[in-house]
Design a protein around this ligand. Structure first.
Ligand code: MRU
Length: 370
């Protein structure tokens, strides 16, 4: 048994109480902790597009809550059906903020269905709005519990797979922690759970260029939680794995297709190739809301391309020019890691492992656990 480590005060990217939403401006981290007031869905859309808030689960929750604020403050004159239409249109608008993560469109579909159904059974607009607000608030509450379950399943599974090792060295990419979720995190939640149980030797986090979610946000969370950790350049990963120091890689997901192909932060695919070459286990940790059974493979996933400025200027585009004027830029925000490179997918309902024919049967797993 490892020695347990006490958990510190959690970081909060999303501060909400009914009628008030504040988002931690993640563009300013790690140097400044500034919260921005979000008054309506337009503010929510801007905050997501401009990366004030990012990370697939946090995007979905922040979007839903921004509309909850608008609905809470809205004097609506119309029928319940018109109130449901109003909400559905706003949700469609919010979904257009960032295309790759499925969590937001999944939430929009579920919330839209809920308000439509509610509007058919009531004559009060207030009832429709209340149903929406309560469902958006439940997303915030449930996410932390789901992440803790992911952490627990992941910690148990990784230890089982690394028999003989008392403590593990785990590499992660991008930011999948408290800042990318309502709290605790997915892949970083697995690292937190390993550390809390005394089973983590060390975490490695990549810089995650060009927006530096790893060096700015994950490093910040690891230092905040006093988790032993080392920051590496993205380009150091192959050498690090060759040194034999890394026992497992755990990353998050923005969208997992039915066959297990996984879209995640750009550079994840390179990590998975490196892991395969060096015989290192490669795990995806994500809630079931990151699974898109409508897509048979990762080829159908829309990959967001972001501004060339993120490469041309320092600080992920916010600082001074660092690249030669006139150079053209390709800046995909995500890539797709094929299922063949993924050892297992860790969810809040358990770990999805491969079948005898070396494939994931995600549909059966989802059906059997819901
Ligand atoms: O562009 P970002 O910062 O929103 O990208 C985030 C990621 O790719 C995360 O790994 C993913 O959303 C999972 S967050 C729990």
């Amino acid at each position: 048994m490892g020695e347990a480590n006490a958990a510190p005060e959690p970081l909060q990217a999303i501060c909400y109480e009914r009628g008030s939403l504040r988002l931690l401006d993640q563009r300013k981290l790690p140097l400044e902790s500034i919260y921005l007031d979000i008054k309506d869905s337009k503010d929510g859309w801007d905050a997501i597009r401009e990366m004030v808030v990012r990370g697939a689960p946090a995007i979905a929750i922040a979007a839903a809550l921004s509309l909850a604020i608008e609905v809470h403050n809205h004097e609506f004159k119309g029928t319940p059906a018109e109130a449901a239409d109003f909400i559905v249109k706003k949700l469609e608008f919010l979904v257009s903020s960032r295309p790759t993560a499925v969590n937001l469109s999944d939430a929009a579909t579920k919330l839209g269905d809920l308000v439509r159904k509610t509007s058919e059974t009531t004559s009060e607009v207030e009832t429709v709005f209340k149903a929406y607000i309560e469902a958006a608030e439940a997303m915030l509450e449930n996410d932390v519990a789901d992440n803790k379950a992911i952490g627990s399943h992941g910690s148990i599974f990784l230890r089982k797979k690394s028999e003989g090792l008392k403590k593990l060295c785990v590499l992660t990419h991008c930011n999948t922690g408290s800042l990318a979720t309502a709290g605790y995190g997915t892949a970083l939640g697995v690292i937190r759970a390993l550390h809390a149980g005394g089973y983590l030797d060390k975490a490695f986090c990549t810089e995650t260029r060009p927006f530096n979610q790893g060096s700015r946000l994950t490093a910040y969370e690891l230092v905040h939680d006093k988790i032993p950790a080392t920051l590496v350049a993205d380009s150091a990963v192959a050498a690090l794995m060759k040194s034999g120091t890394v026992n497992a890689v755990v990353v998050g997901a923005d969208r997992i297709a039915a066959n297990g192909d996984t879209a995640n932060k750009i550079g994840t695919y390179s990590l998975a190739l490196c892991a395969k070459h060096h015989g290192v286990q490669f795990y995806v940790a994500a809630p079931l809301t990151s699974i898109d059974l409508a897509l048979s493979s990762g080829q159908q996933i829309v990959i967001e391309e972001r501004s060339p400025k993120e490469l041309l200027n320092s600080e992920g585009g916010l600082g001074k020019q660092v690249a030669a004027s006139g150079i053209s830029v390709w800046n995909p925000a995500f890539d797709v890691t094929p299922a063949s490179l993924i050892t297992a997918i860790i969810t809040e309902k358990g770990v999805i492992t491969k079948t005898a024919d070396d494939a994931f049967d995600i549909k059966s797993f989802v059906e059997s656990t819901s």
